[in-house]
Design a protein around this ligand. Structure first.
Ligand code: SF4
Ligand code: SF4
Length: 271
């Protein structure tokens, strides 16, 4: 991230540790561990960064990557990522939470607007094959990990996160449906009757979450059906923050993704 003129270090979480573990299990020797923080692309949560900020981060990280590669090629061992290990382990619940929320909540907020030309680029490029075509329209399945690549690469900028749908469903489930259901079935009394106090609260939390996820899935199906009608399509699109111009898409700086001949030479010639 870049806040003002400051580059704020990102958090690699346990991703780096997991990938090293996988490599070690496969018999590789891990001689270097270093996080390279790239611009955040979580555009369901925040607007894409300004192109100038993306470029600044790319320039800096390209230098870091080349210097890291040079050290490894010189035979040095570099484990600079290990200094963040405590912080990485501490934030691991966020990573697990994001894994679940990304898969079961954000994935059910993606739609393709009327601007979609069915080029199917998003379908072909999704790393986990999470987008299906249902009724001639893109449909995001639970395989989706909310990496947001599809939204960022769509040439028509037609993929939206329908924030209005998520807020609307959350309100209906928690403030209306569950209140009614609790009264109707005296769920709280039942939970207190069958479980000890701490366990009954956990049971109620799990119960609420299951009801929410079920109704969200149902709501997503209904939204997908309604998208064929222009009025509903507009309603959903206009309640998506991602549709507005100020909510930019993330564009990687292609210029800095390439490595020049001089840089290639420098990293392949250890001194
Ligand atoms: S990449 Fe965009 S235009 Fe192409 S199929 Fe996907 S949503 Fe539609
Ligand atoms: S967000 Fe990522 S995982 Fe989900 S459908 Fe798009 S490209 Fe696939």
């Amino acid at each position: 991230m870049k806040i003002g003129k400051q580059l704020v270090p990102g958090l690699s979480g346990i991703a780096l540790l997991f990938s090293s573990l996988v490599l070690m299990i496969k018999g590789y020797k891990v001689i270097g561990l270093r996080s390279i923080d790239l611009p955040s692309n979580w555009i369901s949560l925040h607007p894409g960064m300004k192109p100038s900020s993306v470029e600044t981060i790319f320039i800096k990280r390209k230098e870091d990557t080349i210097s890291f590669a040079k050290k490894l090629l010189e035979g040095k061992k570099v484990y600079s990522a290990l200094k963040d290990i405590i912080q990485d382990i501490l934030i691991s619940p966020i990573a697990i939470g994001y894994y679940l929320i990304g898969r079961f909540v954000f994935a059910k907020s993606f739609i393709a607007s009327k601007d979609c030309t069915r080029c199917d680029l998003c379908v072909k490029k999704c790393p986990v094959n999470a987008i299906k075509i249902v009724d001639n329209r893109c449909f995001w399945t639970h395989k989706c990990e909310s990496c947001m690549q599809c939204m960022n690469i769509c040439p028509q900028r037609s993929i939206e996160t329908v924030h209005g749908f998520i807020f609307g469903i959350s309100y209906l489930v928690y403030a209306v449906f569950l209140v009614w259901l609790y009264k109707l079935l005296s769920i709280e009394n039942l939970a207190n009757l069958y479980f000890a106090e701490g366990i009954s609260n956990s049971f109620l939390f799990i119960f609420d979450s299951v009801v929410f996820l079920f109704l969200l899935f149902l709501g997503y199906r209904i939204m997908h059906f309604l998208l064929r009608f222009r009025l509903f399509e507009r309603l959903f699109v206009l309640t998506s923050l991602t549709t507005y111009k100020f909510w930019r898409r993330y564009k990687p700086s292609k210029k800095y993704m390439k490595i020049t001949t001089e840089e290639k030479h420098a990293t392949s010639q250890p001194q």
